[in-house]
Design a protein around this ligand. Sequence first.
Ligand code: G4P
Length: 325
Amino acid sequence: NTKNISAIRAFRIVSTHPKQILSFSIFERSDIMSELTIRNIQWFPGHMTKTRRMIAANLSLVDAVVEILDARIPMSSRNPDMNSMVNNKPRLFILNKADMADPKMTDKWIAYFKKQGIAAIAMDCKSGKGVKNFKGAIEQLLSELLERRKNAGMIGTPIRLMIVGIPNVGKSSFINRMAQSKRAKVEDRPGVTRTKQWVKIGSNMELLDMPGVLWPKFDDQEVAKRLAFTGAINDDVVDIEMLAMLLLEYLAKNYPDTLETRYKMTEFNEMGGIELLETMGRKRGMLISGGEVNIERAAITLIDEYRSGRLGRMTLESPEDIDNG
Ligand code: G4P
C-alpha cells in the first residue's frame, strides 16, 4: 500500500479577502510510514488577524483571561499566539471535556501549568462537573486585585473575564453553564460579523464572549494529528484509515489495556499501524469477500468508539511531549 509508505501532506491556505483570493498548497512528501494526510484544511488567516486585533483591543476591559482547552490535548488545543497576545494578564486555563480525558494525566497537566505560573482547573461542561470550582479559582487568581478593590471601597465592581478558545472546545457550553441558561449558539463564520457580548453571571461577574475564531496550530504535524483524533479537524479532510492507524499506534504504546479488553488484541507490541488496524478489524469480524479485513469499516469504528468515549478516558499528549520537544 504505497499510500501508507509515502504519504503526501497538503495544506491549502485560503484567504477570505474578497479582492485577493489567495490559494496555495504546500505538498510535502514524507517517506515515514505514519504520516497523516490532510487535504485542504481551510483556515482563514485574515479572519484570525481580525480576532487577534479584537482581543488586543478588549484586553484592557478585563481583569483576567480564561482560556478553554481540551483536557485530552491541552497543548494542541491552544492557539499558538495566545501567550504573546495575553501578555501579562492573569490567566486561568480550563481543561474542559475532562470527562473524556485520563484523570491522572489531567492532574499532571494541572501541576505542569502551575509550575509555569498558570492556574488551571478541570471541568466537564457537558455534565457540569467542576463548574462550581470556577468562582473560587478566579477569586484566588485575582486575590490581590480583589483585596485592593475592597480596600478602596469598590465592592460592587464586577470581575470581568475574557473567554477564549479554539472552535469546538466548549466555550458556549461553559458560558451556558455559568449563566445557567441555554443561550443560542452563535457560530463564527468567516465573513459574518458578530459583536462581542457581555454575559452577566450573578451580581459580581461578567464574561466577555469574544467573537471570531482562534485557530489551533494546524501546520504542525503532531498537533494536527491530535486535533484530528478528537475531531477538531473535520474528517472530510483527513485520511480516516491513516488516522485510525496512528491512533492505534498511540494506544498500543500508551493504553495497551484498552486494546486488550475492548478488541481482545494480544501480542501487538511489534505491530505497526496497518497491522494493528487489520488485527482489530479481524477481531471484530469486519471481513470482506476473500477473508480480507474491511479496513475502512474498522477505521471508522475505531475512531467512532474513541470519540464517543467507549474506549475509556484517554489523554493524547503529556507534558513530557513538550519537554522532549
Ligand atoms: P465552542 O463554543 O467552543 O465551539 O464549543 P461548544 O460549547 O459548542 O461545544 C462543542 C461540543 O463539545 C458540543 O458537542 C458540546 O456538547 C461538547 N462539549 C462541551 N463541553 C464538553 C465536556 O466537558 N465534555 C464533553 N464530553 N463534551 C463537551 P456537540 O456534539 O457539537 O453538540 P451536542 O452534543 O451538545 O449537541
